[in-house]
Write a protein that binds this ligand. Structure first.
Ligand code: ADP
Length: 205
């Protein structure tokens, strides 16, 4: 199984890039999507979150108040470790299951594994063959993240400070797509890198 880790800072265009890989038929496993599914209303892990963090982090309909919990753990490293200890192993198990299912069902030449915090976490090192970084300049990052999530500029900047620097990310990338232009340009760059990955996979088979 050939697995490309797709990563990048907040607002760099990871989800957009992942969507475009899906559009051209490459299987995508996304840790953020899995995290959402595992904490969707009625999911078993919610009762464990409630036991640890209390009812305050839940909406009236029983759904998780993600914004409140995110802010809480962002400002409390110990609380963040508690949440991660609960949720990361479950995400890991699910991600490996999905990769194996894709492999079994469609025998793809390669798959994309979206790992937003790849360099902050080494849990996936064993399954990754190459690292693709989606990068854009910080002004684009801030304005796109704000437009997408209703976060303020200072909230986006605080998230950026909590992540590894662009320089670190770029120094550890096997491939980089610069996403400073239009969505059409991003899509053209995805097609080019797709051809390159296909060639790499054929050669290494
Ligand atoms: P990430 O997943 O890395 O946080 P997203 O892919 O969600 O970032 O992108 C953030 C926002 O910017 C989204 O609304 C997305 O549609 C938009 N976006 C991403 N790339 C571009 C681009 N090249 N041109 C215009 N908008 C973009």
């Amino acid at each position: 199984m050939f697995v490309i880790a797709l990563t990048g800072g907040i607002g760099s265009g990871k989800s957009e890039a992942a969507k475009q890989f899906t559009n051209i038929g490459v299987p995508v496993v996304d840790l953020d999507v899995i995290a959402h599914e595992l904490t969707a209303i009625g999911a078993p892990i919610l009762s464990e979150i409630k036991n640890i963090f209390g009812h305050d982090f839940f909406n009236k309909d029983g759904s998780l108040n993600r914004t409140k919990l995110r802010e809480h753990v962002f400002n409390n490293p110990i609380e963040r470790l508690k949440l991660e200890a609960l949720i990361h192993p479950a995400i890991h198990t699910k991600a490996l299951e999905q990769l194996a299912e894709n492999e079994h069902n469609s025998h793809p030449l390669y798959q994309i594994l979206v790992i937003p915090l790849l360099f902050e976490n080494n849990r996936y090192d064993d399954v990754i063959n190459k690292v693709l970084v989606i990068d854009c300049d910080e002004n684009h990052q801030i304005s796109r993240a704000m437009a997408r999530s209703q976060m303020t500029e200072s909230e986006v900047k605080a998230m950026m400070r909590a992540q590894v620097t662009r320089a670190t990310r770029l120094s550890r990338a096997d491939e980089v797509i610069i996403n400073n232009g239009s969505l059409t340009e991003l899509s053209e760059n995805i097609s080019l890198i797709h051809k390159k990955f296909i060639k790499t996979c054929i050669v290494s088979k």
